[in-house]
Design a protein around this ligand. Structure first.
Ligand SMILES: *[C@@H]1O[C@H](CO)[C@@H](O)[C@H](O)[C@H]1NC(C)=O
Ligand SMILES: *[C@@H]1O[C@H](CO)[C@@H](O)[C@H](O)[C@H]1NC(C)=O
Ligand SMILES: *[C@@H]1O[C@H](CO)[C@@H](O)[C@H](O)[C@H]1NC(C)=O
Ligand SMILES: *[C@@H]1O[C@H](CO)[C@@H](O)[C@H](O)[C@H]1NC(C)=O
Ligand SMILES: *[C@@H]1O[C@H](CO)[C@@H](O)[C@H](O)[C@H]1NC(C)=O
Ligand SMILES: *[C@@H]1O[C@H](CO)[C@@H](O)[C@H](O)[C@H]1NC(C)=O
Ligand SMILES: *[C@@H]1O[C@H](CO)[C@@H](O)[C@H](O)[C@H]1NC(C)=O
Ligand SMILES: *[C@@H]1O[C@H](CO)[C@@H](O)[C@H](O)[C@H]1NC(C)=O
Length: 761
């Protein structure tokens, strides 16, 4: 129920961010051309060609079909890809595609797809501070480059000023591409690159006129995500008076490079691939991608493919889990070689203070984007109209503050209220607020607080009330809470790795926005703009994790993407700020499972010193791919290199978490063993002991139970076995393994999940 209300509000506010596009846009007629993304085996390129680009153009020329006399056009090359993977995208007819499949070097091809995108005080909530920990250790991410794949950037935003930045790292190979309302001098030593990729959107919509044919953001999403990851300091930022303070990104000294791949006119995989490919070539250290493809296998998921190449080059890809919660098994980007980020709340409350004529003061919730009428007004409680869902009845309310009963849909009530003559409303709801949409003056109070308000309104002869808006409280508890909208695992594309990996702040995150865009509505027709906005989504959680990954890269340049992810996961906190287990807003505040939040809430300062890491090489991921039921070409589509072999097939990746997917076995017991290798990244000799919290219904055995390291970087292996004897009836249980150093300095915790292997996963 709660989830539905919140979803309705999120949708109301940002329909474009939450629309789910699925499947493919397929060519209707046999001879009509549509865009295909084609993977080629570069090692098959004949020596005659000077470059892969020539080879691809020539290949396309050879498949040109005879029907061209009708069309007067040729199949055309959109992009050649050579960094994250090898291949190209091209406009081809079905016949040309078939011909292409018979040419030498062809690996695989699929139709271009449309992509789903997901939609400051969080640094304090994450305990980032100038005195100790990750900020000073990484010099705030100095010289780390974060590539953001998104809707573009508003270069004039104060978040992208380069005050206090040193000169651009010489290894940087990117550029500041000029285009509509965007010239090459709009980059600086903060925003060091900006490029745009529009061939896919144009190919799919041949007559389209792009409303902004450049890296300039027309939606706000990319400006928000990039400023969240690595924005500079902006004093006096707020969202219409809420969340006021100095805004900054997670890695305020890191560099931002924007790759615009999403357009108002459409979002296509070929453009996404081109952007990721170029980011790797330009030399970014971290890729932040707050979008995903739903319902696609790994070998057809552009993000999975491009991120494999990024991972090989040491680039960590941080991605959003999606906004399809709270049902299980809806997550996207459940890719074994990326970081998959879930969203949670921040310890912040946007308050409206309700003061009654009898002196009672109640702190409610409001994000009404204006000051509102703050004086004392008559308080109205009239049972005929108090369901606040009849626009007819609401149009004749006398001057005053109207009390609305809890009918389980305060969002609907709020939209009905746009027709009322009342001055403000008191709404009643018991839920974690996840949307900034607040279209009518008023406050939301709890049903507990409502008792006294209604009692006063009914008993006093002249009840009055006043409401004060635009207040922000921090330190509120409990926090974080898992957001109802965040997509849950297991990952449909590969359930055998527990996803998401970690949770980061995603709800009502304040960051930069495009100043000419729409940022809030009052009533149904008053549109407001602002240069900072507080919005919610895994899109907002992802850049927090990307910024933290950039800081870790700055502090530990030698760490692989797997090591950075491991450090973030094994130090993540499963407890909230009341020191109890994190709750789930999508499950009536029940205890959250790792399928919702992964290992827990990211803890950047602890991630700096994880003690142990679980590393993985590209070959380890290939060993995992070889265990999946994929054809050789499907595997090659991802790995692009015939130098990898399937000689060591293994579904047991050295991952910092465990998931057992049980099936009914004859004797009623399900048994699975995992092998892990832990690397000591502490300062020297160290001894760790295992502490297990077994999932209900399971017995967990760790062997050996003590790991003795003599020096830094030494590796030790251990095995973990899960014997599940519980009900095989769709229940999900969970526990953990924690390696605790004898001196207590480091602990490395891994979640353990036991879940049924259900076909939809
Ligand atoms: C780029 O645009 C800015 C602002 O419009 C202008 O001041 C500047 O001269 C332009 N630079 C170039 C190289 O065109
Ligand atoms: C594009 O424009 C041309 C010429 O105006 C027209 O013939 C054609 O039907 C249009 N195509 C689409 C897909 O709208
Ligand atoms: C309650 O509202 C109804 C409908 O507008 C109105 O007819 C009635 O007079 C109101 N009652 C009081 C006590 O004001
Ligand atoms: C208004 O809410 C009341 C109480 O929940 C309900 O009985 C009624 O059907 C609702 N009316 C409309 C128009 O939704
Ligand atoms: C493996 O793939 C083959 C061929 O695509 C298919 O027939 C079979 O059902 C798959 N097995 C599983 C366990 O998915
Ligand atoms: C396969 O595993 C064996 C034993 O662990 C190892 O010696 C060998 O190098 C591995 N081969 C590949 C290709 O990873
Ligand atoms: C499923 O398992 C749970 C937990 O063990 C149990 O409470 C429940 O009754 C079981 N349901 C069915 C339909 O067997
Ligand atoms: C296992 O068997 C039980 C009883 O037949 C059934 O209810 C349950 O759905 C099965 N679970 C799985 C994961 O197949």
């Amino acid at each position: 129920m709660m989830g539905l209300v919140n979803r309705a509000l999120l949708l109301l506010f940002f329909p474009c961010f939450l629309l789910a596009f699925r499947g493919t846009s397929s060519a209707s007629l046999e001879h009509d051309r549509s865009t295909y993304i084609v993977h080629m085996d570069k090692s098959s390129m004949p020596k005659a060609f000077a470059s892969h680009h020539h080879w691809y153009s020539s290949t396309i020329e050879t498949v040109k079909s005879n029907h061209d006399n009708e069309h007067q056009s040729s199949p055309s090359l959109l992009y050649s890809y050579d960094h994250a993977f090898h291949g190209f995208s091209a406009l081809l007819s079905k016949a040309e595609l078939e011909a292409l499949k018979r040419t030498s070097g062809f690996v695989s091809a699929y139709n271009d797809r449309v992509v789903t995108i997901d939609t400051t005080h969080s640094f304090e909530f994450l305990s980032l501070n100038p005195v100790t920990g990750l900020w000073p250790a990484s010099e705030y991410g100095k010289d780390v480059i974060v590539g953001v794949i998104d809707t573009g950037v508003w270069p004039e935003s104060a978040s992208f000023k380069d005050d206090g930045m040193t000169s651009v790292p010489t290894r940087w190979k990117g550029t500041c591409e000029a285009g509509q309302e965007f010239n090459s001098s709009m980059c600086n030593s903060k925003l060091i690159g900006a490029r745009y990729f529009n061939k896919g959107v144009i190919a799919a919509n041949p007559n389209v006129t792009l409303s902004m044919n450049s890296a300039r953001d027309t939606q706000g999403h990319g400006t928000h995500t990039s400023s969240t990851a690595a924005g500079n300091y902006v004093e006096g930022a707020s969202y219409f008076g809420y969340a006021e303070g100095t805004a900054r990104g997670m890695a305020p000294q890191a560099r931002v490079a924007m790759y615009k791949v999403l357009w108002d006119e459409g979002r296509y995989a070929s453009d996404v691939l081109a952007g990721m490919d170029q980011a790797v070539a330009d030399g970014v250290d971290v890729i932040s991608i707050s979008m995903g493809f739903d319902d696609v296998p790994l070998y057809e998921d552009p993000i999975a493919i491009a991120s494999f190449g990024a991972m090989e080059k040491g680039v960590l890809v941080s991605s959003s889990a999606g906004n399809e919660g709270p049902d299980l098994g809806k997550l996207h980007n459940g890719i074994p070689w990326v970081l998959t980020v879930a969203a949670g709340s921040i310890d912040r409350w946007f308050a409206g203070t309700l003061t009654l004529g009898n002196g009672l003061v109640i702190i409610g919730w409001t994000m009404f984007p204006a000051r509102g009428y703050g004086k004392s007004m008559p308080l109205i409680y009239n049972k005929t109209i108090s369901s606040c869902n009849s626009t007819t009845l609401l149009s004749q309310v006398p001057f005053g503050v109207l009390i609305c009963d809890d009918i389980g849909s305060y969002g609907d009530q709020m939209s009905s209220l746009s027709s009322t003559t009342a001055i403000a409303a008191i709404l009643i709801a018991d839920e974690i607020m996840e949307s900034s949409s607040f279209t009518y003056p008023g406050v939301v109070i709890s049903s507990k607080d409502a008792i006294a308000v209604i009692k006063y309104a009914e008993s006093d002869t002249k009840p009055t009330a006043s409401i004060k808006y635009q207040q922000t409280l921090v330190g509120t508890k409990p926090a974080p809470v898992v957001a109802s909208y965040t997509s849950r695992g297991p990952s449909p594309s590969y359930p055998g790795i527990l996803k998401p990996d970690v949770m980061a702040p995603g709800s009502l995150v304040l960051a930069s926005w495009i100043p000419n865009g729409f940022a809030a509505i009052i009533s149904s027709n008053i549109y407001l703009a602002t240069d900072h906005i507080a919005i919610s989504g895994t899109s907002m959680a992802c850049p927090h994790a990307s910024g933290i990954a950039a800081l870790l890269k700055g502090a530990h340049p030698e760490w692989s993407p797997a090591a950075i992810r491991s450090a973030m996961m094994t130090t993540a906190n499963p407890l909230d700020n009341t020191q109890r287990e994190i709750r789930d807003a999508g499950q009536d505040l029940e205890i959250a499972t790792p399928l919702a939040m992964g290992a827990g809430h990211v803890d950047p300062n602890r991630a700096l010193h994880p003690g142990l890491i679980y590393d993985a090489t590209p070959q380890d991921y290939v060993n995992l791919l070889c265990s999946m039921n994929f054809t050789q070409n499907q595997i090659l589509t991802i790995t692009r290199s015939t130098t990898y072999t399937c000689s060591n097939v293994s579904s047991d990746l050295n991952y910092p978490s465990f998931i057992v997917l049980y099936t009914n076995s004859s004797d009623g017991v399900f048994f699975q063993t995992f092998q892990r290798i832990a690397t000591n990244v502490g300062d020297g000799a160290a001894t760790y002991k295992a502490k297990v919290v077994a999932p209900k219904g399971s017995v967990v055995t760790v062997s050996p139970e003590t790991l003795v390291f003599e020096k830094k970087y030494e590796k030790k292996s251990y095995s973990l076995s899960v014997r599940y004897m519980g009900d095989k009836n769709e229940t999900v249980t969970y526990g953990s393994l924690t390696w605790i150093e004898d001196n207590g300095h480091h602990t490395a915790r891994s979640p353990i999940v036991v879940a049924p292997l259900v076909s939809v996963w």
